[in-house]
Design a protein around this ligand. Structure first.
Ligand SMILES: *Cc1c(COP(=O)(O)O)cnc(C)c1O
Length: 234
């Protein structure tokens, strides 16, 4: 897609967000858009930044590391969310680089993030990822273990723990999963609920999402490989 196309798709998504908020009687600023740029090149990110989109989601630390740090000096408002499964050995890079890690999903990763944050002198905001459909191939703490895990993360990370995140099974009606995530956040007094992607973000907004993660509807189809990183002259 060209820069012009990306600015148009972003505009269209923002319109749909506004309409969904209005239908749900939620204030317009209640939902933030995380533009998922995984597998798209840095110039796609640049086009989105130039169109006023400052919050991005990436699945892989390596890819994010190549794409984002060079853009920070020019766009200080930039916010990077890690939204993919995080290996413990990537926790250090993630703590240095990310503003938000949405995929805290197991005690071993909580340990690794705590250690990495100490070393980096920097702790990103954290969301606990829940495997809402209890799908064996998906990351996330199980529903059964979610309450205790959230409690322990709160004790450890304090107010940097800001919410929960989840991805409903593809074949399910997402509504009960979204409702569950919103009630889980409310029960723990957490402000953020990250749910909803290109195909279901309006439903997620209706159910109480505060963060939606949208890739394809902004940037088009993804390549089958992570982006090769050509750093444009800044
Ligand atoms: C890729 C991805 C998205 C974006 O999905 P689209 O369907 O392209 O909008 C959202 N969340 C996560 C965790 C992803 O991996």
């Amino acid at each position: 897609m060209t820069g012009r196309d990306i600015s148009e798709t972003l505009h269209a998504i923002r319109e749909r967000m506004r309409a969904a908020c209005a239908r749900a009687a939620r204030p317009e600023g209640a939902v933030r858009l995380v533009a998922v740029s995984k597998f798209h090149p840095q110039d796609a990110v640049m086009a989105a930044l130039e169109a006023g989109q400052f919050t991005f989601g990436e699945n892989r630390v390596q890819e994010a590391k190549a794409k984002f740090p060079p853009l920070r000096s020019r766009f200080p408002e930039l916010q990077l969310h890690i939204i993919g499964t995080l290996q413990t050995n990537k926790a250090r890079d993630a703590c240095r680089m990310a503003d938000v890690i949405e995929t805290l999903d197991r005690p071993a990763l909580a340990d690794a993030i705590a250690r990495a944050a100490d070393q980096a002198g920097r702790l990103p905001q954290l969301l606990v990822q829940v495997n809402v459909g209890d799908e064996p191939q998906k990351s996330g703490i199980s529903r059964d273990a979610a309450d205790a895990f959230i409690e322990s993360c709160r004790q450890r990370f304090g107010t940097q723990l800001v919410g929960v995140m989840g991805i409903p099974p593809e074949k399910d009606d997402p509504t009960p999963h979204f409702t569950y995530l919103a009630s889980l956040a409310a029960r723990h007094d957490l402000p953020d609920v990250s749910m909803g992607m290109s195909n279901d973000f309006e439903t997620a907004i209706h159910c109480g999402a505060t963060l939606i993660r949208v890739g394809t509807a902004i940037f088009g189809q993804r390549a089958s490989q992570p982006a090769r990183h050509l750093t444009p002259d800044l």
